[in-house]
Design a protein around this ligand. Structure first.
Ligand code: NAP
Length: 532
């Protein structure tokens, strides 16, 4: 087995060498399990670092974007192999910084490697560019028809912001980085201050893959900061052409505004928080209430409730729900406190629970504050409320990041329909029902289609598959643009734009659009899909 040469320096990764400006402000990662500071200190990127990273990325763009799909796939496979080879070192640091169990992190690493390879496959197959050809007709009367050929091309340097709760899969080499590089865009990552060491190790793996692929160093950079200054300047830099963000609603909406207020506004794909309503229909509740209680408990406490897909709202039929509520009360009451990702997240979670208790609009059903164990921690908590009171206090439907959920008791199926019509956008909605329930809920499903990116039937929303069909998105405020997904191969479509070539000689066209179809990809030729 190869011995890892990865070492932490605590310096932003810009260009071929680590930046040597050690005079800038510094911060430490903190082990959330015991509050100790971890070495080394991480130096915040300076404005020179930001400028250099953005300009190098702009210089690297023509090279990366004109690389063949196969060569870009090779870069992604090198990153994937590097992450696998350095897995032990990366996992050890992620465990210290995020306090997540090693098994969970191992799975996350497999997922991260898997999504890089998925994009590599997409590039090797090649048809993702949506090549369209409408052949010209010089004989058309009264005017000749021009030859028009179009395909998707990359946007330019992308600034990537990862979330604290996925130190690998939504971070330095996570889905946003993978999809941006796959499309042909250089990437500048603003490292999350909750896991800077993990980000640096992963960033070094990416840098090595870039070097081995003989690509310019500006293809990838990683910048440190403990606050929002670096991220703000990065979004405002004229060389940056798109933003891919995963994180809180506050952070995402701030970046959306910054991106829109630039002299040259740029797209900002922000995947933000969500409450993920889960509807239990009466037939399902009559059939399997204890099983449903177990499933809901496992889903809202998974990862200490720190998932953007956590079901934070559960709609329970008033007349059928007693056994379900009792099972949940018993199950949740017996739970130990959960470790959380950071002290800040734990504090915000515990404050939100105290606030909910104090305001008294929702009753405490199970769990609740416990004598705190050392470190960042929070207890599982279930609240309950009637549908009419919930409608009077819609703020109770906002995301509380951590292991809590709100049971909303409804009377009639028609109440659910009215509620769903008033809902804003979420990442997911879940419906538990029998076949008869589902027939009766036909209209509810039609409404949910307009409100979320993924509708789950008789399952749970936590756990997002990475594949070609997945949609991890949803209308605002779940994301900044409900036409997109940040997970799965369709995520590449966020970071490209269509361009068409009119009346170009064949040899000057990209191979994807040449007459003989040298790459053998699927194209639309004169309105018909063909590999011909
Ligand atoms: P966060 O606090 O918003 O941080 C995300 C990143 O954005 C960090 O690097 C942060 O830097 C930066 N940032 C935040 N506000 C900023 C601003 N105003 N200007 C510039 N940069 C800013 O999110 P988090 O606490 O890490 O993650 C938890 C949230 O993410 C939850 O709400 C969860 O539901 C959501 N999430 C969503 C998805 C999804 O796919 N939709 C997936 C995972 C998590 P600083 O920390 O330095 O401020």
């Amino acid at each position: 087995m190869e011995i890892s040469t990865l070492k932490l320096a605590g310096l932003s990764l810009v260009g071929d060498r680590d930046q040597a400006d050690e005079s800038s402000a510094a911060f430490h990662a903190v082990n959330p399990a015991n509050g100790t500071e971890l070495e080394p200190a991480f130096h915040c990127a300076t404005s020179d670092d930001i400028d250099r990273a953005a300009n190098l990325a702009a210089d690297a763009f023509p090279v990366l974007s004109s690389l063949s799909g196969r060569n870009r796939a090779q870069l992604l496979r090198r990153i994937a192999d590097g992450l696998t080879n350095e897995g032990d070192v990366i996992l050890e640091r992620a465990h210290l910084e995020a306090g997540l169990a090693l098994l969970r992190l191992q799975n996350e690493l497999v997922r991260t490697v898997g999504q890089l390879k998925l994009f590599a496959e997409v590039l090797e197959e090649g048809s993702w560019v949506n090549a369209r050809i409408d052949e010209g007709d010089p004989e058309r009367k009264p005017f000749p028809r021009p030859d028009i050929r179009s395909m998707l091309r990359p946007l330019g340097p992308v600034a990537v912001f990862g979330a604290s709760n996925f130190p690998l899969a939504f971070s330095a080499a996570g889905g946003d980085t993978a999809s941006a590089l796959a499309a042909g865009n250089p990437v500048i990552v603003k490292a999350h201050p909750a896991h800077p060491g993990t980000s640096e190790l992963v960033g070094k793996v990416v840098q090595k893959a870039v070097r081995e692929s003989r690509l310019p160093s500006g293809v990838f950079a990683l910048l440190f900061d403990s606050g929002i200054e670096v991220g703000t300047s990065l979004v405002q830099h004229p060389a940056v052409k798109a933003i891919a963000f995963t994180g809180s609603a506050n952070g995402g909406q701030a970046l959306m505004r910054l991106a829109a207020d630039r002299p040259e506004p740029i797209p900002c794909y922000a995947e933000m928080g969500s409450t993920n309503p889960l509807f239990i229909l009466p037939g399902a509740m009559r059939e399997r209430s204890a099983q449903l209680a177990k499933g809901v408990q496992a889903s809202f406490t998974m990862g200490s409730g720190q998932f953007c897909t956590k079901p934070g709202l559960v709609f329970v039929p008033l007349n059928e729900g007693a056994e379900f509520v009792q099972s949940l009360r018993n199950g949740v009451g017996a739970l130990e406190e959960y470790g959380m990702l950071t002290h800040g997240i734990a504090t915000r979670y515990n404050q939100a629970i105290q606030e909910r208790l104090k305001q008294g609009q929702a009753e405490l059903i199970a769990g609740g504050p416990k004598a705190s164990k050392a470190g960042a921690a929070g207890s599982a908590t279930v609240f309950g409320i009637s549908l009419s009171d919930f409608l009077d206090h819609p703020e109770l439907g906002e995301e509380v990041f951590g292991p809590t959920t709100l049971l909303v008791r409804y009377d009639e199926d028609s109440d659910l329909l009215a509620l769903a019509r008033r809902m804003h956008g979420h990442l997911t909605a879940t419906v538990h029902g029998t076949t008869e329930d589902l027939v009766r809920a036909h209209e509810l499903i039609r409404v949910l289609e307009r409100k979320v990116g993924r509708i789950v039937f008789n399952g749970f929303p936590t756990g997002v598959e990475v594949n070609h069909a997945m949609v991890h998105g949803g209308p605002f405020p779940a994301t900044s643009d409900g036409r997109s997904t940040s997970v799965g191969s369709q995520a590449i479509l966020r970071l490209v734009r269509p361009i068409c070539y009119q009346d170009f000689p064949d040899t000057s066209l990209p191979p994807e659009l040449q007459a003989t179809n040298p790459l053998g990809i699927m194209r639309m030729v004169n309105g018909t899909l063909t590999r011909g």
